[in-house]
Write a protein that binds this ligand. Sequence first.
Ligand code: A2P
Length: 343
Amino acid sequence: KQVSVAVVGATGAVGSTMMAQLVKRKFPIKTIKFLASARSAGKSIEFNGATYTIEEATPEAFEGVDVALFSAGGSVSEKLAPEAAKRGAVVIDNTSHFRMAEGVPLVVPEVNRHALQQHKGIIANPNCSTIQMVAALAPIREKFGLTSVVVSTYQAVSGSGIAAIEELKSQSAEWDKGRDVSASVLPVKSDEKHFPIARNVIPQIDVFEDNGFTKEEMKMINETKKIMEMPHLAVAATCVRVPVVSGHSESVYIELEKEASKEEIFEALRLAPGIVLQDDITAQGYPMPIFAEGEEPVFVGRIRQDLHNKKGYHLWVVADNLLKGAALNSIQIAEAMLEDDLL
Ligand code: A2P
């Protein structure tokens, strides 16, 4: 079966990665169109050796579209995803807008593919940091149960879009020339203050909520419970931006229901789809973003049993945030829907 595809936000960091994934994975495309803001409409875009014209994302642009891949920001999804769904398209949305909405499946196919069956036209792709963490935790939970998760993230700038990547690069060059470094994008474009990310780490991703956690931290907390279907799981997160272009890293501490040996945890991860166990400290073998960039799997290493709690384990989880964290997971959702006759 072939399907008609629309990519919304095609000129962005995630949108362009989605396009590359569609080609790489030989997604069965009948027709494809590329949508962005009015600023880009009329410009050319290359896809799979051919040239297309970018169109403005409007409600009418979704006529005849089977699957619409959205990554143009929450407000664009809010306005246009229902319009696309109304016209019969299945929306796979990369923004946070619909993730926690009742009736919207929030899916990592290796973890909760079955949730796709309940879709009503919009499916949400989870937050990048959440995806790689739940992919690593699900196979462990399966065998040993899970009672709590405490995560600290080391997130790459590409999660904040092309402007943030440019800012890291230009700030690095300014540093080298000994100039004062200016900042206008991170941590949050619309927030009052901006800080350099070159030679820095910023413990703020997205805006603060009243409870003192950032919105990104609350996304990790709430989305993890929803995807794993564990509303009572204890989850805490601290999300930090680091001067890495692509590849999010996470230090994750978990507590299991049952005791498990390190070898048993290794075995659960070895057998898990989409996971690569990279844990050989005798040869300094552990995941790092420079090696994860451009790669599809979620890499897990530095696995240690806690010294005070036999049911406690420490993990280090790394993945390409633009791939498994965004574009790849979205395309895998589309592939799963095709296979399950949902498209
Ligand atoms: P455009 O290039 O026309 O502004 P990133 O996350 O890398 O910053 O990318 C954001 C993506 O969302 C871009 O493709 C951008 O298109 C698109 N976009 C931003 N605002 C709108 C809008 N109002 N309507 C449609 N697409 C939008």
